[in-house]
Design a protein around this ligand. Sequence first.
Ligand SMILES: [Zn+2]
Length: 151
Amino acid sequence: MVKEISVDTIWELLHKIPDPEIPSISIVELGVVRNVKFNEDNFHITVTPTYSGCPAMSFMKDEIVRAMEAEGISNYQLHTSLAPPWTTDWMSTEVKEKLKEAGIAPPSEKVQCPQCDSPKVESISEFGSTACKALYKCNTCAEIFHYFKKF
Ligand SMILES: [Zn+2]
């Protein structure tokens, strides 16, 4: 290999892959990428799927494969880890802030309107565009928004 590829390079590449549903958040920020290790000439990338109801995981894996291929990296292995299970607690405060900016109520004990912060909200549907999100309506500003379910 001519090009110097390090574990940091891999992290950088992964950081550029957006969540398929919330493009302002990368799969690293989402907490899906758990680990990158270099061992016996191979990079080992460990991912933990989000909710089982989310169809995005195979898409994310395809994106990882594509990102590696684009850089000419072939000495890597993709691992899936199911324990511990993915949780929204792995999202940083910064990421939750980004969700809010995207008009999505971040996971929390108490759902608040992402537009006006009102706690006076009601659930319209337990399933929004995907199983990960519920549809809510704000009774203060009438905004209809998605809530990223706490998990
Ligand atoms: Zn509101």
